[in-house]
Ligand binder design. Structure first.
Ligand code: MF3
Ligand code: CO
Length: 236
């Protein structure tokens, strides 16, 4: 899983470098696929429940699962990239949100808070904590900054499958759910919006957008709880 997630991080870094005004989102998908071929790994999302591409590119009010296509990015867009691979039977999964050119103070703050909430959740991954301590830590950071935390999508266990139990909501009271134990591996993924947390799915059957059209952000890391504490697998 270390290798799978390192490759995910490398590919996300490569795709991030291509996020600029004028590029079509399908070019980002092509780059991710090319980088998978070079590394002889399988993109995890393509064909998953019929998802048609290798990467999710979600722009502005799109929260998650945006399908790359002919859309051209422009300055000021807020772009979430979500990507996973399968390597020797094990999965990696991570997401980042980046701005195209200058996105302005408000979007920068949303992006920064969302990443901060991910790290607050990761900080709860230690022996003695319960699963919902992760959820509560994320919610506290996001709502403390005045943003909405999406409830319809969750983080998850990860390993020999992309999505394993348990589900990891990004909200809820602390101290609930299973005790965290050495050997567990999770994908923690806060999804946030500048406005309300309600989402709806577009006609394509995938793209989730905020109901109020407000801007959204998404960060994700795959992590492992080891004897020596939490290891962030998908960080370069
Ligand atoms: N990171 C997302 C998740 O963990 C990616 C799933 S997209 C899909 O759910 F296309 F694979 F469904
Ligand atoms: Co995930």
């Amino acid at each position: 899983m270390e290798v799978a997630n390192r490759i995910v991080a490398e590919i996300l870094e490569g795709v991030k470098e291509k996020v600029q005004a004028g590029i079509e989102t399908r070019e980002l998908d092509e780059l991710a696929e090319e980088m998978c071929r070079q590394r002889r790994v399988k993109p995890a999302f393509k064909g998953y429940r019929g998802y048609p591409r290798s990467i999710c590119v979600s722009v502005n009010e799109e929260v998650v699962h945006g399908i790359p296509g002919a859309r051209r990015l422009k300055a000021g867009d807020v772009v979430s990239l979500d990507f996973g691979v399968k390597y020797e039977g094990f999965y990696g999964d991570a997401a980042i949100t980046v701005g195209v050119g200058d996105v302005g103070e408000k979007a920068r703050a949303l992006i920064a808070t969302t990443e901060e909430s991910l790290y607050a959740g990761i900080a709860q991954v230690k022996a003695g904590q319960r699963l919902s301590d992760i959820s509560h830590a994320v919610q506290t950071v996001v709502e403390g900054a005045g943003y909405g935390v999406i409830r319809e999508f969750v983080g998850h266990g990860i390993g020999r499958s992309l999505h394993e139990d348990p589900q990891i909501p990004n909200f809820g009271p602390p101290g609930r759910g299973p005790a965290l134990q050495v050997g567990m591996t999770f994908a923690i993924e806060p999804m946030t919006s500048m406005g309300s947390w309600q989402v709806r799915i577009l006609q394509d059957g995938w793209t989730a957008i905020t109901q109020d059209g407000s801007c959204a952000a998404h960060f994700e890391h795959s992590v492992a709880l080891t004897e020596n504490g939490v290891l962030i697998l998908s960080r370069l």
